[in-house]
Design a protein around this ligand. Structure first.
Ligand SMILES: [Zn+2]
Length: 79
């Protein structure tokens, strides 16, 4: 019985780990695991292509979670 309980706890911990680390900020949406995601370079949130605000830098595409992050990124570049 005790062993079963341990297994349940281990399973729960693994589940929590795979579910993703605790987010400091609100995620725009539950991320879908089998969908390609991109990391927002400003706040570190993962966004799907559909949800992303796409910006370009030297021809390279950057994916942001929101316009606010894109603008923050632009501000940082200007400095
Ligand atoms: Zn962001």
């Amino acid at each position: 019985m005790a062993r079963l309980l341990v297994l349940i706890i281990v399973g729960y911990v693994l589940y929590q780990m795979f579910k993703g680390r605790p987010a400091e900020k609100e995620l725009p949406k539950e991320s879908v695991p089998d969908e390609e995601t991109f990391k927002d370079p400003v706040c570190g949130v993962y966004v799907t292509k559909e949800d992303a605000v796409i910006g370009t830098l030297d021809g390279e595409k950057l994916h942001f979670c929101s316009m606010a992050c894109l603008e923050r990124f632009r501000d940082q570049l200007e400095k």
